[in-house]
Design a binder for this molecule. Structure first.
Ligand code: C2E
Ligand code: MG
Ligand code: MG
Length: 767
């Protein structure tokens, strides 16, 4: 068999089985017949070991059990003719082998059923009903008559009577397997054929047994040959792996195939009573008891069906109104609950309804850095803490990814105390899968008076306003809470309008780039410029970046805008370089937002753009805020390293205003910092600012970072910066950001004023 492809193994055993069976039937008493039987049996046993392993059937142990079972049956069948002639206890040897075979076959079927997850209550009850009916029939028709045969060893008679019952037990298991299978893979069909052949064989033996014989003719073995062949096919067919795969019918409903087995089973006691049952009182008792049991099982089945139905209904109702992750009510049921609260007017005047909308700060980073499983667990834990932190009368719902909603009826003082309780939930870190996750939530609060007349509208408005207030709170920083007031509506509208306008601006090229020089403090000669985006709205005029950049970030437009600015700036620099407007070392500093740096393709794109516009990497700086490094993902870190590898400068913008966790300056390939304007403003006036700037410069020099001062407006500030060792600055002292033609115009004028630099050349290196 080795040279044959494993896919064909089952065909070979099928063909061989056919030949052996025909030979056996033709010349049953021959040595060839017995040898063929033995060979087929051994091949099938080998098949049980090889096939399932080859096709990856699970669990591996199950088919080994089946193989051993087949081996034991084979031994039983082959030795039976010989041992039957011997005195007791020799004949029992064949039965010992067969019985063990049955036991293992039963074990195999049970493992299979478990693996398929088929053992549900309906299937078990149905199987039991069939089992009882078949058991009753075989007891009355086969077992009792066989046992009652005179002159035979009692033990032997008893054992002969047991075989039909064993078969019936297997029928139960097989019925379960077929009752619950949605598809019948070829391997399962072959298996069913095998079981059927086995029953036929056993039945033949049982009928012979009733006649007082144990072994009659070798022809009785023909069904077993068929069984072995079928088992070989079942084990070697590639679909053997599917037999144990879960494949259940969606509902354990009544079906015609099921009824076709159950109805005869129900009729069985009556039929037996009519045909044989009247023989003795014991027989009638047996029939009556079995009949009663079958009826009881039927009742149990009906009750189970009704119960399952009710449970399913309750489950689906719960699912429709609850969040699957936290088990808390969902948005739909919360909105119904708020509507109900608005309807209830309290005679004592406690009529104010408060709605709290909670949203985690930085949840995205939790998901990005630790994975969604951790994010989910965090949501579950927050839900639990919230639920136990507030009285049970206050509804708590999960209404979005990281959004929770609470509602409270009462006066303002208590309503505000509730905010503290909610905040308290976030005071301690959340231990989630080996991490201590520290997170805060922004809370928006809205309130209204109970008013049954407008309940639906009020409830809707309460939720919407709480949401608006929550966004406002977020804008003020993490962990804040804000109470809604009507002016927020106007702001929301304004924000939405700006978002729409911004999309249009991007499409209609209303954006342009302005350039602000970055100069050498000592000489005032520009060494580079920062590219700053400008938006000229056709009706509203210039809209400052401080207004629209945050909107672009929220609306997911920042990548498109950032990409456009970067391309335009690099293109402009390429033009300036080729015209000789700027020197070889003149660099452009371009702002990038966190979201852009989370794109793994960014380094590749930037390097492509530099090639396209003929700009070397040392003439490009990218500015990012501290937050990028403090809570950036692993993708961001890789992007930064790859950008740095290209040779691009990386600057920390607005340095000193953010987290001031300086560790990141060493962990990331940063090349310089831009001291925020707020520190520069106080220079020469505020001693503290002097000290801070001095410290920043000392630290930066120690780390080998360049320093640029932002927002330099006065000569006093310039002197102070120069005195502490800052080399470069940027600010209105040298000029605000202007568009490209103005910038090159000014550059030319400055060259004329400053003889140290040659047109198109670099500043004199002595500066
Ligand atoms: P930034 O990167 O810190 O840019 C410096 C800001 O300070 C600019 O404001 C600039 O016009 C202003 N400024 C320069 N010198 C002085 C001065 O002497 N005094 C004062 N009071 N202000 C000065 P602008 O252009 O309004 O930009 C604001 C912020 O918008 C920028 O801050 C930057 O964070 C963001 N931004 C601008 N363009 C882009 C862009 O293309 N992409 C991204 N992601 N952000 C941008
Ligand atoms: Mg900047
Ligand atoms: Mg800045």
């Amino acid at each position: 068999m080795r040279s044959v492809h494993p896919r064909r193994w089952w065909q070979i055993i099928a063909a061989a089985g056919l030949v052996v069976t025909v030979t056996y039937a033709a010349v049953p008493e021959s040595v060839a017949a017995t040898a063929g039987f033995a060979a087929l049996g051994v091949a099938t046993v080998a098949g049980c070991f090889l096939g399932p392993r080859r096709w990856g059937a699970e669990p591996a142990g199950a088919w080994l059990t089946m193989g051993v079972s087949a081996l034991l049956f084979l031994v039983g069948v082959l030795i039976r003719p010989t041992v039957t002639e011997q005195p007791m206890p020799w004949p029992l040897l064949a039965d010992a082998a067969s019985f063990s075979g049955y036991l293992l076959l039963g074990t195999f079927l049970t493992i299979l059923l478990r693996q398929r997850g088929s053992l549900d209550r309906h299937a078990v009850l149905d199987g039991l009903i069939v089992f009882l009916a078949a058991g009753l029939a075989s007891t009355l028709l086969l077992a009792l008559p066989a046992a009652a045969i005179d002159g035979r060893d009692h033990l032997l008679s008893f054992i002969q009577g047991l075989y039909p019952l064993l078969d019936v037990t297997l029928v139960l298991l097989l019925a379960n397997l077929t009752f619950t299978a949605k598809h019948w893979p070829p391997s399962l069909i072959a298996f069913i054929v095998m079981m059927t052949a086995m029953f036929t064989g056993d039945l033949a033996y049982a009928i012979v047994g009733v006649q007082g014989k144990i072994y009659a003719s070798p022809l009785l073995n023909v069904p077993f040959l068929v069984a072995y062949t079928a088992l070989g096919v079942a084990a070697l067919h590639p679909s053997v792996a599917d037999v144990s795969r879960p494949d259940k019918l969606p509902a354990q409903a009544w079906s015609w195939s099921r009824l076709s087995l159950l109805l005869p089973a129900l009729a069985m006691p009556f039929l037996l009573l009519l045909t044989t049952g009247a023989e003795t009182a014991a027989h009638r008792l047996l029939i009556a008891l079995t009949g009663a049991l079958i009826v009881a099982l039927l009742l149990a089945r009906a009750v189970a069906a009704v119960r399952a139905q009710v449970a399913a209904q309750l489950r689906s109702e719960h699912q429709a109104t609850h969040d699957p992750l936290t088990g808390l009510p969902n948005r739909q049921s919360m909105s119904a609950e708020i509507e109900r609260l608005v309807t209830v007017v309290d005679p004592e005047g406690n009529n104010r309804i408060w709605v709290y909308m909670l949203d985690f700060d930085g949840f995205k980073w939790v998901n990005d850095s630790w994975g969604h499983d951790t994010g989910d667990q965090l949501v579950i834990d927050v839900g639990r803490r919230l639920r136990s932190a507030v009285p049970s009368g206050i509804p708590v719902a999960r209404v979005g990814g990281d959004e929770f909603l609470l509602a409270y009826v009462g006066e303002k003082g208590d309503a505000l105390r509730l905010v503290d309780d909610i905040r308290g939930c976030f005071a301690r870190p959340f231990p989630v899968r080996d991490h201590d996750v520290v997170i805060s939530a922004s809370i928006g609060i809205s309130h209204a008076d109970a008013d049954p007349a407008t309940a639906a509208v009020t409830a809707e408005a309460l939720m919407r306003d709480a949401d608006t207030a929550m966004y406002r709170a977020k804008g003020e920083g993490p962990g804040r809470s804000t109470i809604f007031d009507t002016s927020m509506h106007a702001q929301v509208r304004e924000r939405i309008e700006l978002e729409v306008a911004l999309r249009q601006a991007l499409a209609e090229e209303q954006l342009h780039v302005a350039y602000q020089p970055i100069v050498r403090l000592e000489t005032g000669v520009p060494v580079g410029a920062e590219a700053l985006v400008r938006w000229m709205h056709p009706e509203r005029g210039a809209i400052p970046p401080m207004t629209f950049i945050p909107i672009a970030e929220d609306a997911g437009l920042i990548t498109a805008i950032g990409t456009w600015v970067r391309k335009e700036a690099l293109r402009q620099l390429g033009v300036w370089r080729s015209e000789g407007t700027v020197g070889d070392d003149f660099y452009l500093s371009i702002n990038v937002s966190p979201r852009q740096l989370n794109d793994p393709e960014l380094p590749l794109i930037v390097s492509g753009e530099m090639v396209r516009y003929g700009v070397p990497a040392h003439c490009v700086a990218l500015e990012m805020t501290e937050s990028v490094m403090v809570d950036g993902s692993s993708v961001t870190a890789r992007v930064l390293f790859e950008l740095r590898e290209l040779g691009v400068k990386l600057l920390v913008d607005d340095f000193g205003t953010g987290f001031s966790a300086l560790g990141y300056l060493r962990r990331f390939p940063v090349t310089g910092v831009k001291i925020d304007r707020s520190f520069v403003t106080g220079l020469g006036v505020n001693v503290e600012d002097d000290e801070i700037v001095r410290a920043v410069v000392a630290m930066s020099h120690a780390l080998g970072l360049s320093v640029i001062a932002e927002g330099v407006e006065t000569p006093l500030q310039r002197e102070a910066l120069h005195a502490v060792g800052v080399l470069n600055g940027q600010g209105w002292l040298w000029g605000a950001a202007v568009d490209a033609p103005d910038f090159s115009q000014r550059w030319r004028e400055m060259i004329q004023r400053t003889p140290q630099i040659t047109p198109g050349g670099a500043p004199n290196p002595t500066n």
